[in-house]
Design a protein around this ligand. Structure first.
Ligand SMILES: [Zn+2]
Length: 111
């Protein structure tokens, strides 16, 4: 059984107590300088990086303290490298996503 350290409870707990939420450190549309329209919100809610390697993720200790925190996880091996509290700086840099600078235009994809 995989044990995950909750940074708030400060103890390792079984993985069944936790749930994945979404990509961590995802800037809201206004923080990214985008217009606040439906398209920007749809991208923010539904689109996430698909990182192969070290990724920053937001998890919830649903079966414990119920607090959200951040996880540094290797998506290739599923190894959890570190956990840290919300608002703290990630202890390990995230892997680069191929073509990350490109934005996805879902209006073209709908056609
Ligand atoms: Zn906890």
């Amino acid at each position: 059984m995989l044990l995950i350290r909750c940074p708030y409870c400060e103890q390792e707990r079984p993985e069944v107590e936790f749930s994945f939420a979404h990509q961590a450190h995802k800037p809201r549309p206004e923080e990214a300088g985008e217009p606040l329209d439906d398209h920007a919100w749809a991208r923010w809610v539904y689109y996430q990086k698909n990182i192969k390697g070290v990724a920053h993720e937001r998890w919830n200790h649903a079966g414990g303290c119920r607090k959200f925190f951040n996880v540094v996880r290797d998506t290739v091996t599923s190894e959890i490298i570190a956990t840290y509290r919300s608002g703290e700086t990630p202890p390990v840099e995230e892997s680069r996503v191929e073509g990350e600078a490109l934005s996805f235009d879902y209006e073209q994809a709908e056609g």
